[in-house]
Design a protein around this ligand. Structure first.
Ligand code: FES
Length: 511
């Protein structure tokens, strides 16, 4: 029990909080490095690991605050606020104390920029985050020069362990940084935009892939496995990601990755020959065979798997593809079920494999045999996060019956969304380029910016693929796309300007 009448209590607490803060700072730096180097990512969901990183950092910050407050409460040194917050304000051990004060302010900067990361330029907050290694050095010097317990065997042992751990962590971090692949090679891939105006897609980050396997199943379904032609190319993608193919007929088409994210070089896609307008899937079926090469954009992910205790996956037809990669990525401890709806058993990709691997967790529903679609309202798990992909009819019904906060959808076709501000113009400020443009009724943000020389990368131009994603710095976008939920976009501070507009008179975008 702590005895607060003991005059030594604050001195004891200030020492204890200091050592705990030092341990936590070392652990969180190490945790961040393990995340960065992907050593932990294979074991669990990356989002869960990032949350833990933030939690440990917050705890370390709390311990630093306890250290400062208890220093102020202790009578032995008689510190005032200025002494603990302004470097060199104190006459007691000015240099060692100043090192601690500087470390504190750096920590505040790291925490604040991490919290505001989605509104800040990525390069800026990452640079601030990098200063956490400087914090570790300052803390080590501060503790070694001014700590009451310096010289005692236990303190020496703890200090040596922490300093050695931090040093090893920093060395690993910089060795890994040195090995990281250079910026992806960019191959000019200028493709005419389908809307027929002057906009042309910018050269995208892309690579050439070769078809290494193709399996055609019933009902016009083809499973195609691609791999980069350049064996040194390191791809990075997570469950839910998709691949954009630049087809030989000038079209671009997006296909969800269905394989195991642990095998980053193996890009498995499922393509259903719809014979629909545009002919993208028909082109793939007729032209992509084993040994053929095709230009692809680097995988993107607008359908990420977020951490949750329980999941309900609902696939309809070809919508099984991103969900299959999610099943690979799920930690074994998670509870989940999969409902797979298709017209018939032969329209179900991977059905046998899924049942064999996961047994009763998987329910197959062939509408042709059963006569109708399942009654989704009676099947929804009220405690699960629902992830669904596939036909518009199924996804539309889920939007009606599942609360938006726990529903995660990926659409292949855009949802019909009508602007609530038809006929109204607004202005867009491209903050990076310093260009301001008026977006007139009937014009898109992408089109208006292109006229002023600010050309955004686009692919589908229908608000489905996510290629045109931009960060919103100010203003309120009117989301008219079908990429992730509007709440998720607002939380991330992003929009898709090929179709989305503005609810405010002006939008400021980071372009
Ligand atoms: S270009 Fe596809 S979402 Fe905008």
């Amino acid at each position: 029990m702590l005895d607060f009448s003991d005059p030594q209590i604050w001195w004891f607490l200030t020492r204890a909080s200091a050592i705990v803060a030092w341990v936590l700072l070392t652990v969180t730096a190490l945790w961040g490095i393990l995340l960065k180097t992907r050593i932990l990512r294979g074991a669990d969901n990356p989002d869960w690991l990032k949350v833990t990183h933030r939690y440990i950092s917050g705890l370390a910050m709390t311990m630093v605050a306890v250290h400062i407050v208890t220093l102020l409460l202790d009578d032995y040194i008689d510190f005032g606020w200025a002494d603990v917050l302004i470097p060199f304000a104190t006459s007691f051990e000015p240099l060692p104390v100043a090192l601690g004060v500087i470390a504190f302010w750096l920590l505040v900067a790291i925490q604040v920029t991490a919290l505001l990361a989605k509104w800040l330029p990525e390069a800026f907050w990452k640079a601030v985050h990098l200063s956490s290694y400087g914090v570790l050095l300052l803390v080590a010097l501060h503790s070694g020069l001014v700590g009451t317990d310096v010289g005692t065997p236990w303190y020496t042992a703890v200090s040596l362990v922490l300093i050695t751990t931090a040093t090893l962590a920093v060395v690993i971090r910089f060795i890994i940084a040195g090995r990281e692949k250079p910026a992806p090679r960019k191959t000019p891939a200028t493709v005419a935009a389908p809307q027929g105006d002057a906009i042309r897609a910018m050269p995208a980050s892309n690579f050439t892939a070769r078809v290494v396997d193709r399996v055609d199943s019933g009902s016009g379904l083809a499973l195609i496995t691609l791999t980069p032609v350049d064996k040194n190319l390191e791809l990075e993608w997570e469950a839910g990601a998709h691949l954009t193919l630049h087809l030989g007929n000038g079209l671009e088409r997006q296909y969800s990755l269905a394989g195991d994210p642990a095998e980053q070089d193996s890009l498995l896609i499922g393509v259903k020959n719809t014979g629909g307008p545009g002919g993208g899937s028909t082109w793939v079926h007729e032209n992509l065979h084993v040994g053929d090469e095709i230009l692809c954009d680097f995988p993107r992910n607008h359908f990420p798997l977020k951490p949750a205790r329980r999941y309900q996956f609902i696939a309809s037809g070809i919508g099984i593809t991103p969900l299959r990669s999610m099943l690979y990525a799920l930690p074994a401890s998670r509870e989940w079920t999969l409902l797979y709806i298709a017209r018939s058993a032969k329209d179900m990709l991977f059905a046998e494999e899924l049942v064999e691997l996961y047994g009763e967790r998987v329910s197959l529903w062939a509408t042709g045999d059963r006569g109708s679609r399942p009654d989704l309202a009676s099947l929804i798990d009220p405690a699960a996060e629902v992830y669904a992909c596939g036909s518009a009819a199924v996804l539309d019904e889920l939007e009606r019956i599942v609360p938006a906060r726990r529903l995660h959808l990926e659409r292949f076709e855009p949802k019909v969304r009508v602007s609530g501000r038809v006929g109204q113009a607004f202005s867009v400020l491209a903050a990076t380029s310093g260009v301001s443009v008026a977006v007139n009724p009937g014009e898109t943000v992408v089109g208006a910016l292109a006229k002023s020389g600010v050309v955004l990368p686009v692919s589908c131009n229908r608000g489905v693929c996510g290629t045109c994603e931009v960060r919103v710095l100010e203003g309120q976008p009117e989301h008219l796309d079908s990429v992730m939920s509007d709440a998720d976009k607002d939380e991330l501070g992003i929009m898709y300007p090929c179709v989305s507009r503005s609810l405010s008179a002006e939008l400021t975008l980071e372009v």
